[in-house]
Ligand binder design. Structure first.
Ligand code: IPE
Ligand code: IPE
Ligand code: MG
Length: 250
């Protein structure tokens, strides 16, 4: 999608394409409230949110941002009514099937963060296939889908895997450092997010990337996820570009 600006408004900032974040994380929130406002079932909000995901994924790719991580379903979201969970799983299946067909042609790869081993059989198989097809794509752009993801769960699973390696003599406990531990996380190989965006007005992480976000910049907006678009994303990036990231230095 292209954005046409007839005339630059006074004071309006422009996106600096030479200083884009390398990795954006998005907590795709507000689907339920979007539907409620329209007198629709919550599942209609999830369907609209899934469309927004596709739009934003291509927008990031077209800007030249190498990594996008989206929070699709948390370890806590199982608390929702079974019908809502199953509607979300159906949507995930639909969009993954579409992605599977388009990855090669459109030059992107999908990976998953979270424990996909406990997902419904068909979806689990689809995740595995998506990863294996994605591995064969020479992609400049990677989408990480957080699916049955919780940051604490990710850290606990990583700690267990590391403890097993210590017990079986593959690594030495004394050698553990931040870089070594990062390699046990689902996000291994992916640089930390530079910018984390949460729509819908909530000001919290809700267990999204707690380890990886230690030095991320945050952008919050009241826009509900189904109403989110390329313009809002650009505004978030422009805001990010105004900030001074010191990482503890001066
Ligand atoms: C985010 O939208 C989607 C998921 C958590 C799966 P919500 O469903 O949380 O929408 P709200 O927060 O109830 O509006
Ligand atoms: C976070 O949103 C999870 C996803 C967007 C997938 P929630 O709606 O589940 O978070 P809380 O309950 O408002 O913290
Ligand atoms: Mg929510």
């Amino acid at each position: 999608m292209a954005f046409f600006r007839t005339k630059k408004q006074a004071g309006e900032a422009e996106l600096d394409l030479s200083r884009l974040p390398k990795h954006i994380g998005i907590i795709m929130d507000g689907n339920g409230r979007w539907a409620k406002k329209r007198g629709l079932p919550r599942t209609a909000g999830h369907a609209a949110g899934a469309e927004t995901f596709r739009t934003i994924a291509y927008h990031c790719r077209d800007l030249g941002i190498p990594y996008l991580t989206v929070y699709a379903f948390s370890t806590e979201n199982w608390k929702r009514p079974a019908e809502e969970v199953s509607a979300i799983m159906d949507l995930l299946r639909k969009y993954l099937l579409e992605a599977l067909e388009k990855m090669q042609k459109d030059g992107f790869r999908i990976r998953f963060l979270g424990d996909v081993t406990v997902l419904p059989e068909e979806l689990r198989e689809l995740c595995l296939e998506t990863v294996s097809v994605g591995n064969q794509v020479d992609a400049k752009y990677q989408i990480n889908v957080c699916l049955n993801y919780g940051g604490r769960d990710e850290i606990i699973r990583a700690a267990k895997a590391w403890a097993r390696d210590v017990a079986e003599g593959r690594v030495q406990a004394e050698d553990l450092d931040e870089a070594a531990f990062s390699r046990y996380l689902d996000s291994r190989g992916v640089p930390d997010p530079d910018l984390i965006i949460r729509p819908s007005g909530e000001l919290r992480l809700s267990n999204f990337l707690p380890w990886q976000s230690a030095y991320a910049e945050f952008y919050f907006t009241d826009v509900l996820w189904p109403d989110f678009d390329g313009k809002v994303l650009n505004e978030a990036i422009i805001d990010y570009q105004k900030r001074s990231r010191r990482f503890g230095g001066i």
